[in-house]
Structure formats: C-alpha cells, structure tokens
Design a protein around this ligand. Structure first.
Ligand SMILES: Nc1ncnc2c1ncn2[C@@H]1O[C@H](COP(=O)(O)OP(=O)(O)OP(=O)(O)O)[C@@H](O)[C@H]1O
Ligand SMILES: [Mg+2]
Length: 473
C-alpha cells in the first residue's frame, strides 16, 4: 500500500489519529491505574494489619514481615479509634521522601502525581494515607517503595499502547477495504471510461452512464457525462460542418460554371426584339453576376465563410428597390403582397453593397414566405434612417410572427428553420454579414400581427473578418 494513494493516506491517517486519541486518554488511564494500585496496597495492608487483632500480644517478627511482604508494603498503621491503633512495621531502607493523602487528591493532582512517578526513576520510600475499607477505622497509613509501582505503571502503559496500535492497524485495514470498495473501484471505473472515451470521443457509445452509489461520485459521473455529450456533439457538428464546407466548395465550383454559361445567354437577351425582354435582361445579368461573384468568393476562401466587407458609399434607396423588385417578381401568381419603401432618397450609407443586398434579400424573402404561408394578403416595409452614430434599416411585415422554435434558435445555423424546404441559414448569414460590418441585427418585434428586424451599422465601423465576427477562431 503506497502512501500517495487514497487508501494509503487513509490508513496512515487512521493510525495517526487513533494513536493521538490514545495519547489523550493514556494520561488519565495511567493516573487511575496508579490510584487503583495504591488503594489495593492500602486494602492489602489493612487485611494484613487485621491479623494483629487476632491476638492481644504482639505478633512474631517472622509473621509480621511475611504479612508486610504479602501486602507489598514496609509499614502499616491502622487507626481504629482515637486511642487504638494497629501497627505492623519493618525496617525502612530510606527516609520517607513524600506523603500522598488519597482522601484529598483531585483529578488534576492524581494526573500530576502519576506523571511525577513515571518521570522519577529512583526507588524512593513514600507514605500513603487513605480511608480503610468497610469503615474499619478512621485512617490507614502505609509506607512503600515506588519502584514496583513505577514498573507496574510502565507495563500497563506499554500494554495500553500495544492494544491501541493493534486496534488502529485493524481499523486502518478495515477502512482501507471500505475505501477500496466504495471509492477506488468506482474511481477506477471512471478513469477507464475516460481513457476509452479519449480514444474515440466522437462515438456516443463511449459516454459514461452514471451509476455510482455514492452521491458525490454519482455527481462527478453526471458532470462527466454532460461534458462528454457536449464534446461528442460538438465534434460531430464540426465534422458535419467540415463535410458541408467541402460540399459548399464543390457546389460553388460547378454552380459558377453553370452560371457563367447562363451569363452568356443572358447577355444575348439584351439584343432581343421584344422590348419587355430587353428591359429585364440587365437585371438578369446583374443577378447572375452577383451569383457568380458569390461562388467565386466562396471558392477563394475555400470555406463557407465570407471575406471582410468591401466598403463603399452608395445611396440605400436604389439597393432596397432592387431587393423589392426581385422579391415582387418571386411572388406567386395572385399573392397580394404589398411592398413599401420608406427610405429618404438622399440617404447614403457606407457598407459592402453586395453583402447588404444579401442581408435585405434574406430578410425580405423570409417576410414574403411567412406572409405567403398564411394565404392572406400582407405588406412588407423597408424603412431606413440615420443617427449621429449609425445607420438603421428596418424590415417589417404583417406576417404571423416567428414561430417559437425560430425564436429559440434565432441566428443559429441549421436549427431555427420551421419552413418546409428551409435550411435555417438565411438569418444566420444576415446576422454574420452585419456583424462583419461591426453592426448588429436584432429581432425587435414578433407578434401574431407581424415581425420586425432592425439592422444597425455604425458610422465609424470597425470592419471585422467575418470568421471573427461569427465568434469562430
Ligand atoms: N419575417 C418572418 N416572419 C415569420 N417567420 C420568420 C420570419 N423570418 C424568419 N422566420 C422564421 O425563422 C426561420 C428561420 O429563418 P431563416 O431565414 O434562418 O431560415 P429559413 O428561411 O427557414 O431557410 P433559408 O436558409 O432557406 O433562409 C424560418 O424558417 C421562419 O420560420
Ligand atoms: Mg430564410
């Protein structure tokens, strides 16, 4: 058992604590042992002295010294009344060094006396006074040597320590077994789970199922499971995104080729004999050119992310008119959607024109699709203005408002779409593009009477690379 393991620490601490506790009770135990020892000497001396009562004459020297030897004392005086006292005596090897009256000593005194007895290795003669047992007199007094008392005390103390050591080792072993079973086995299980999870973190089967019986361990397992779920799902999401990135690149590549061909055909339409076709042709060419540019920037960056906006100053009203025109064209037959523009003609704005076109198109298209979904007539309004600090553009509609799921996952890719055929990217793209301008896109109103999105673009904008604007590293 190593000391740097939990079970090793537990065992060492148990032994230390039990021994410490034992030391605390050792002193009172030794004091009480000494008291018992002295009282038993008094009792034995009392019995020995009573032998003297059996005869009125003084007892023989041999018998007297035998009685004293058996009692383990040198002298006894038993005072039965004020006048009568019995005495057994033998030769005292040294003068009396100290007198102890057991009738008066308190606890602190007894502990102090015990310590002094242990600390003094010399064999001294002491006098001990106590009350006789069974009220057989007024007082009993003995003289005795301290060496046997001290030896008995040391022997008792050592036995007590040995028992404590055995007890603490046994406790440590039992505790160690309990710790092994209750704590270490589950911890090892968690560790082996972590190791196997680390080998295949994208595999959800490796996620730990919390089943520890101890509440703390169960909590740790639950927290681990939650973390593993988050890691696994974000890894899977990342993998999906990587695949999607490749797919986007491939699609953009071929789409650009197809659109370039369409561009050539659209160019030819400008020479058409039909005036209606001739009028529509430049718009078609513009739209296709925008699409080709989008494909090219996507390909240039290799991923589904945009470059930083290319800023220019331009009037906002014509841009909004283009959006409205494209969206009105996209309205199905018979759809009664009214488009309103509330933009001061003189309002110019500094932004990336193509990106802002995409933002407004996404917002206007969402509004159109929402109104169309109701089957009722409705209106879409694009308004704009400026303050000292920023330009604002408002896109409002009289549709049904955003569904709960869309509100919950607002601006989160692939999550908020409730529309059939929707991908849930439009709002995310719009928000990312505006963030790239150092601005923000907000949903300011969404009730069953309509929705309203607000764009703020700061005048002193700090252009951020879109990857950073989207919070990616
Ligand atoms: N003006 C609006 N009125 C009502 N609901 C809206 C409006 N704008 C967005 N939504 C809701 O928010 C959801 C998310 O919109 P978002 O543009 O991100 O994705 P989408 O339109 O579903 O798909 P796509 O990626 O093709 O745009 C939509 O599915 C729609 O339910
Ligand atoms: Mg959309």
């Amino acid at each position: 058992m190593r000391v740097n393991t939990i079970s090793g620490r537990f065992a060492a601490l148990t032994i230390i604590f039990v021994m410490l506790a034992e030391l605390f009770i050792l002193l009172p135990a030794l004091a009480s042992f000494r008291l018992d020892y002295l009282e038993s000497r008094l009792e034995r001396a009392q019995i020995a002295s009573l032998a003297g009562l059996a005869t009125d004459e003084s007892i023989a020297d041999d018998l007297e010294s035998e009685l004293l030897r058996n009692a383990g004392v040198l002298n006894v005086v038993l005072r039965r009344s004020d006048i009568r006292q019995l005495v057994l005596s033998s030769r005292i090897p040294a003068p009396v060094a100290q007198t102890f009256d057991l009738r008066e000593d308190g606890v602190a005194q007894t502990i102090d006396d015990a310590l002094r007895t242990l600390a003094n290795p010399r064999n001294e003669v002491i006098r001990v006074i106590g009350a006789p047992v069974n009220q057989a007199g007024q007082l009993i007094e003995i003289t005795m040597e301290t060496a046997p008392l001290r030896a008995a005390m040391i022997d008792y103390g050592l036995r007590l320590l040995a028992v404590s050591a055995a007890f603490s080792i046994l406790t440590a072993i039992l505790l160690n077994l309990a710790v092994q079973r209750l704590v270490l086995v589950p911890i090892r299980r968690v560790i082996s789970h972590m190791v196997s999870y680390a080998e295949a973190p994208e595999d959800p089967r490796q996620i730990i199922t919390p089943d520890a019986r101890l509440a703390e361990l169960r909590d740790a397992e639950t927290a681990l499971a939650t973390m593993q779920k988050t890691v696994t799902s974000s890894l899977r999401q990342k993998e999906r995104m990587a695949q999607l990135g490749q797919a986007v690149a491939k699609i953009s590549h071929d789409l650009r080729n197809i659109l370039t061909t369409a561009q050539i055909f659209a160019d030819r339409l400008e020479d058409s004999g039909d005036p209606k076709v001739r009028r529509a042709a430049p718009k078609l060419v513009n739209s296709i050119t925008r699409a080709v540019n989008l494909c090219e920037t996507t390909l240039a960056f290799g991923k589904a992310e945009e470059p930083a906006p290319t800023l220019s100053r331009f009037p906002l009203a014509p841009l909004a008119a283009e959006v409205v025109e494209a969206e009105s064209l996209a309205c199905g037959e018979g759809a009664q959607i009214e488009f309103l523009l509330d933009i001061p003609p003189a309002l110019t704005i500094r932004a990336d024109r193509d990106q802002l076109y995409r933002v407004l198109t996404n917002l206007a298209r969402n509004a159109r699709q929402a109104i169309e979904g109701t089957g009722k007539p409705g209106a879409i309004e694009i308004g704009a203005g400026e303050t000292d600090n920023d330009w604002w553009i408002r896109v409002g509609d009289t549709g049904p408002g955003l569904p709960e799921r869309a509100r919950e996952y607002l601006f989160k890719p692939f999550s908020g779409s409730v529309r059939k055929g929707g991908t849930g990217l439009g709002l995310t793209i719009a928000a990312d593009l505006i963030r790239g301008h150092g601005g923000r896109l907000e949903l300011v109103r969404s009730t069953d009477e309509g929705s309203e999105f607000m764009i703020h673009i700061p005048r002193d904008m700090v252009v951020m690379p879109l990857r950073q604007a989207a919070g990616l590293r």
